[in-house]
Design a protein around this ligand. Structure first.
Ligand code: IMP
Ligand code: MG
Length: 179
């Protein structure tokens, strides 16, 4: 796997240090609020597992799984493949995401959860790639781990063709690794 990586963008240490900082902010934000922390599968799993242990308040874990309409991924139309199981009406909800790229998936997730009338709805994304944002998407994540340049990255949960999710760092894939 390592041979396919052109450059390590974020080391394990950098990621863990930032998660600790975010954890301190989120612990303050959610004190006394018993939040439901919603992860968007599958890319978020590694970040989710590390992040949740730094949010030191009573909280519940939940997950959503999205997919693009078959054959029309370029239109950016999403469907819910697996919805949250908690009743989040009146609850404080925090969305955890791996990356805010074109914004299609996070924008969809945000609207979908907002319809369920949570008491509050905030977003924490590990990575933000602002250069890729689709016109018309104005959503601003409340918490961002790292703002990164416009490159395709893998590792720490992020995949190419479902591979590389288990790399402990975030790296840029070599062009020749795209098979
Ligand atoms: P969106 O374009 O913001 O809707 O992002 C959709 C999904 O594409 C993200 O949740 C990621 O799973 C995936 N994605 C976007 N950019 C990258 C990347 O650089 N590497 C790996 N996956 C990505
Ligand atoms: Mg994702």
């Amino acid at each position: 796997m390592e041979k396919d990586i052109q450059e390590i963008l974020l080391t394990e240490e950098q990621i863990q240090r930032r998660i600790q900082e975010l954890g301190e902010e989120l612990t303050r934000e959610y004190a006394g609020k018993n939040p439901v922390i919603v992860g968007v599968l599958k890319g978020v799993v590694v970040f989710y597992a590390d992040m949740i242990r730094q949010i030191k308040v009573p909280c519940q874990m939940d997950f959503m799984w999205l997919s693009s309409y078959q054959g029309t991924a370029s239109t950016g139309k999403m469907v819910v493949k697996r919805d949250v199981s908690a009743d989040i009406k009146g609850r404080h909800v925090l969305i955890l995401e791996d990356i805010y790229d074109t914004g299609t998936s996070l924008d969809f997730t945000y609207r979908h959860l907002l319809e369920k009338e949570p008491a509050s709805l905030k977003i924490c994304t590990l990575l933000d790639k602002p250069e890729r944002r689709r016109p018309g998407i104005t959503l601003k994540p409340d918490y961002v781990g790292f703002t990164i340049p416009n490159a395709f990255v893998v590792g720490y949960g992020l995949d190419y063709n479902e591979y590389y999710r288990n790399l402990p760092y975030v790296g840029v894939l070599k062009p020749e690794a795209y098979l």
